[in-house]
Design a protein around this ligand. Structure first.
Ligand SMILES: [Zn+2]
Length: 60
């Protein structure tokens, strides 16, 4: 008989897309743009949902 549980949490991290700068340089034109992932703040909130299944395991 398996048992399911679900947990969720969120954490705030430095934006990996812009390395916390809040802006990114265009590779082609070299112009600076506001980072589209964090919206220019340099930080992102990561929301994580985890599904956990617990089931019997036979000992060897
Ligand atoms: Zn960013």
């Amino acid at each position: 008989m398996a048992k399911n549980s679900q947990t969720q949490y969120s954490k705030i991290e430095v934006c990996r897309n812009c390395q916390g700068d809040g802006r990114k340089r265009d590779n082609i034109t070299g112009a600076w743009h506001t980072c589209e992932v964090c919206g220019g703040s340099g930080m992102v909130r990561k929301h994580v949902e985890v599904q956990i299944t617990i089931e019997p395991h036979k000992r060897r």
